[in-house]
Design a protein around this ligand. Structure first.
Ligand code: 9WN
Length: 417
């Protein structure tokens, strides 16, 4: 374990660009939103000051309306496409125009609880209004109907980029005007581990759509050809709202605490819309057609993390865990291994991701499902110890998927050892 911990620290050190950490030095040379939140949780295990800095740097890129981008382009680098010129955010620093799963408030609480000193309380107090503004932005821009879910307008926002959950909703995206472009990801990595050309065309068509609106988020929420209630982001925001509420109470922020209680109540009342009664699983739903995705993915297991306690749904969800555990060596595959589209090394269509496992395992432990919580944690640590700090792993044989020396995988090793 000592070796794993020091190797994990070495990766965070190598990927530190001064105040923020790149997910991986070659493939992803900028600051990513939810990566930084997990990285802060990892830093908190041994350097709380640096953990706060990671979050503070991310929120220095927050827009005036509370939005926090999914990528911050602090420095130029040609190694990634699409770069800042394609996004054309018009902001300083330059950023993307979409967000990512809001893990930041959960990370802030984790960091705070590692070292609740007066010095860090001051930093928490300074960050709190920014976190609050981010959560209000989600409420106002991404749940305009008050359904208690998060409506995403881009697969990249979900962090589960090529999940099959986005296939059918993606059919409505017109890719005829996308034009030529050169991908960089397939220059660094085996194309079999990456999204297809059609998926990239869709990603870029949505970037072009957002850019044409001048990144007007209200308009994008109304008019985007891709609007999906993502079960992952919805569960993650519900959890983050609970964590932010705990911080609001700690800081004596009564008005904000009431606001957060209202957001939580809205989610608790509405999130059941994402329950697929036929498949007996949590899944995403297309806002345009109302259709359930019908896929059991790793996001289907985030309900425990979200703090949802429903005996019937919990039992059905645990039955899926048991069934899947009987099919693969390592939990939790990003797609049901019995699905015909399961591919063990293709990104979000099969591989295990350490950060999702951390959320699933944390939720299972909090809900008292100790056996499964222990397995998810141990499988994650076994994968890391055997294969290295990879981007993701085959749930079948533990082989590598994607890049190596990954910051958020190192962070989870630190959080869990
Ligand atoms: C697009 C950085 C990011 C993660 C995402 C993961 C991958 C980017 C890409 O890498 O997405 O945001 O270009 O493939 O899917 O979850 O935040 O690690």
């Amino acid at each position: 374990m000592a070796d794993l911990t020091s190797a994990a620290r070495a990766i965070l050190t190598a990927n530190d660009r001064g105040g923020y950490t790149v997910p991986n030095g070659t493939v992803y040379p900028f600051q990513w939103n939810w990566d930084s939140a997990f990285v802060a949780i990892g830093f908190a295990a041994y350097d709380v000051d640096r953990a706060w800095t990671e979050l503070e740097t991310l929120f220095r890129a927050q827009w005036a309306d509370g939005f926090v981008p999914h990528i911050v382009f602090w420095k130029d680098d040609d190694g990634y496409f699409p770069g800042p010129d394609v996004w054309a955010s018009g902001t300083d620093p330059r950023t993307s125009g979409i967000t990512q799963p809001p893990v930041a408030a959960t990370a802030a609480r984790q960091v705070w609880e590692r070292s609740p000193t007066p010095e860090y309380r001051a930093r928490l107090e300074a960050l709190f209004p920014r976190l609050m503004a981010y959560h209000r932005w989600f409420r106002d821009m991404r749940d305009p109907e008050g359904r208690g879910v998060v409506v995403t307008v881009h697969p990249w926002e979900t962090g589960r980029d090529n999940s099959p959950e986005w296939d059918a909703p993606g059919d409505l995206i017109d890719v005829s005007g996308v034009g030529d472009y050169t991908r960089r990801d397939t220059g660094h990595l085996d194309h079999k581990m990456r999204p297809t050309k059609l998926e990239y065309d869709r990603y870029l068509a949505l970037v072009q759509f957002g850019r044409a609106t001048g990144w007007d988020h209200a308009r994008i929420a109304r008019e985007s050809p891709f609007r999906v209630a993502d079960t992952g982001m919805s569960m993650i925001l519900l959890r983050a709202n609970r964590d932010l509420l705990a911080l609001a109470e700690l800081l004596g922020k009564g008005v904000e605490a009431d606001e957060l209680r209202a957001m939580i109540a809205t989610s608790e009342a509405g999130i059941g819309w994402l329950w697929n009664a036929e498949k007996q699983c949590w899944n995403s739903r297309d806002m345009i057609t109302g259709a359930h995705s019908g896929f059991v993915t790793s996001a289907s297991f985030l309900s425990f993390y979200a703090g949802i306690r429903d005996a019937g749904k919990d039992a059905a969800t645990l039955a899926h865990v048991e069934r899947i555990a009987g099919r693969v060596r390592y939990l939790m595959p990003s797609l049901d291994p019995e699905d015909p589209g399961f591919q063990m090394v293709r990104y979000w269509r099969g591989p295990v991701w350490a950060v999702v496992n951390w959320m699933i395992g944390t939720g299972l432990a909090e809900a008292g499902h100790d056996r499964w919580a222990a397995k998810v944690r141990q499988d994650t640590l076994d994968l890391i110890a055997t294969t290295g700090f990879m981007e993701a792993y085959s749930p079948v044989d533990g082989g590598a998927s994607g890049g190596d020396d990954f910051s958020w995988t190192a962070a989870i090793a630190l959080a869990w050892t």
